[in-house]
Design a protein around this ligand. Sequence first.
Ligand SMILES: *[C@@H]1O[C@H](CO)[C@@H](O)[C@H](O)[C@H]1NC(C)=O
Ligand SMILES: *[C@@H]1O[C@H](CO)[C@@H](O)[C@H](O)[C@H]1NC(C)=O
Ligand SMILES: *[C@@H]1O[C@H](CO)[C@@H](O)[C@H](O)[C@H]1NC(C)=O
Ligand SMILES: *[C@@H]1O[C@H](CO)[C@@H](O)[C@H](O)[C@H]1NC(C)=O
Ligand SMILES: *[C@@H]1O[C@H](CO)[C@@H](O)[C@H](O)[C@H]1NC(C)=O
Ligand SMILES: *[C@@H]1O[C@H](CO)[C@@H](O)[C@H](O)[C@H]1NC(C)=O
Length: 383
Amino acid sequence: MDLKWITVLLFSAVCGVSASVPYQYLFVNENKTWTEAQSYCRQMNTELATINNMEEMENLNATLKDKARSLVWIGLEKGDTWKWQWSLAAGNFNSEGDAYRNWSQGEPNNNGGKEFCVAMKNRDGTWIDDNCDTPRTFMCYDAEKTTTDRYILIKSSVTWRKAQSYCREHYKDLASVRNQTENQQIYTAGKALENYLFWIGLFSDSWKWSDQSTSSFRYWASDQPDNGNENCAAVSMTTQDAMGRWYDVNCAEKIPFICREYKLILINQNLTWREALRYCRVNHVDLVSVHSEEIQLWVKEVAQKASTEHVWLGLRHTCTLSFWFWVDGESICYQNWAPGNGTGEEDCSPVERTGVVQSRGGQQWVSLPENQKLNFICTTYED
Ligand SMILES: *[C@@H]1O[C@H](CO)[C@@H](O)[C@H](O)[C@H]1NC(C)=O
Ligand SMILES: *[C@@H]1O[C@H](CO)[C@@H](O)[C@H](O)[C@H]1NC(C)=O
Ligand SMILES: *[C@@H]1O[C@H](CO)[C@@H](O)[C@H](O)[C@H]1NC(C)=O
Ligand SMILES: *[C@@H]1O[C@H](CO)[C@@H](O)[C@H](O)[C@H]1NC(C)=O
Ligand SMILES: *[C@@H]1O[C@H](CO)[C@@H](O)[C@H](O)[C@H]1NC(C)=O
Ligand SMILES: *[C@@H]1O[C@H](CO)[C@@H](O)[C@H](O)[C@H]1NC(C)=O
C-alpha cells in the first residue's frame, strides 16, 4: 500500500496553494416536510442548509438555479425564545462584542409587542426598540473604509428590512455597535440629521438554525415572515415570488430541500490509524490532508469536538524511506508540527508512525504509533 502512495508522491512533489471550499450545498429534489427533510440531511451526515452571509446566499442560489422551481426548505425554524442580534454581515462578533448595548432609559420596552428592530436617537446616541415597519433614515456600514468614514447615513426613510437590503447592496450592512467608541462614531455621523431616530443593525427574532449555528443572517422577502402559524423557512425559486428570498411556510408542507455538507467531519469513534483510513475511504472520501493554513484552521475547529486528546490526520511516515507524506498523494508543504515532532528520526518499532493533531491547546501535529485508538477527521468530497 505504501508503495502506491510513494509513486503518487513522486509525481506531485510540487507545492501548490490549494484553495479549499469548507462546505457545499446539496439540492435534494424530493418532497418532504421540514422535519423529514432535517432527518434526511442528518442521515447523510449533513444538515439542512445554514446561510451565514450574502456570499453564502449567492452560493446557495447558484446551487438551486436551473434545478428548483418551487419553495425549497432551508434549516431555519421558529423557536420559543427571542434574542437580540446584529445583522451579521456587519461582522462576526465574539460574545464580548455582542454584549454592548446603549439603551435609552426604559428601553427596550417592546411596546405593543411589536418592537423588534432598533434605532439610535441622534440627540444622545442611545437606542430604542421600534416597529420594524416604521420608515426611518438609517446608518450603513462600509467594511472597506477606515474608522472615520465607515459609517454612512442614508437620508431616505424606509422600513428596517429595506434599510438592511440597501446597506447590503451598496455597502456591507446596517451599522453594528461593538463598543462605546463605535457608538460615539455612529452618533457623530448621525448628529447632523433632522430626524430624531435612525435604524442601526440590531434586531430581535426567535428563528433558529437546525445546526445550532448562531448566524443572524436573514434574507426574508419584504413583508415576510408574515404568519404566526408558519414556523419554517424556505427559499423561493419561483418567478412569481422574489427569487432567492426567504418565506415563512407551514412546516408540514412537502417541498424539496437543500442540505449543507461540511468538507471536514469528525468521526467520534476510536479506531487505529489504518481502521480510520479505511473508514473514511469506504464511507466518505479520505482521511484529511492539511495542505494550507486555511485547512488547518478548519481542522482545529473540527478537532475541538473530539473525545480523544488527539485526532488522526492523513499524515503518514515511511520507515523504509524515512519521510512523511499525505495519504492523498500530495507532499508536505504547509507544516504545523509540535516542537520535537516530525523533523527528527522516528522510532519505527514496533509499528509505523502516523500524524495526529492535538484536540485542544496549541492544536499542533504530533507523531504517534499507528495502533493507538483515536477519533479522526474525514473529508467528504473532493475539491
Ligand atoms: C413535488 O410536488 C410538486 C407539487 O405537488 C410536484 O409538481 C413535483 O413533481 C413533486 N416532485 C417530486 C420529485 O416528486
Ligand atoms: C438568485 O438567482 C435569481 C435568478 O437566477 C436572481 O434573480 C436573484 O437575484 C438571485 N438572488 C441572489 C440572492 O443571488
Ligand atoms: C471597539 O471595537 C473595534 C472593533 O472590534 C476595535 O477595533 C476597537 O479597538 C474597540 N475599541 C475599544 C475602545 O474597545
Ligand atoms: C451611549 O452613547 C453615548 C453617545 O455615544 C455616550 O456618550 C454614552 O457614554 C454611551 N453610554 C454607554 C453606557 O456606553
Ligand atoms: C474514545 O476514547 C475516549 C478517551 O479514552 C473516551 O472518553 C470515549 O468515550 C471513547 N469513545 C468511544 C465512542 O468509545
Ligand atoms: C512531540 O510533541 C509532544 C507535544 O508537544 C511532546 O509531548 C513530545 O515530547 C514531542 N515529541 C518529541 C520526540 O519531542
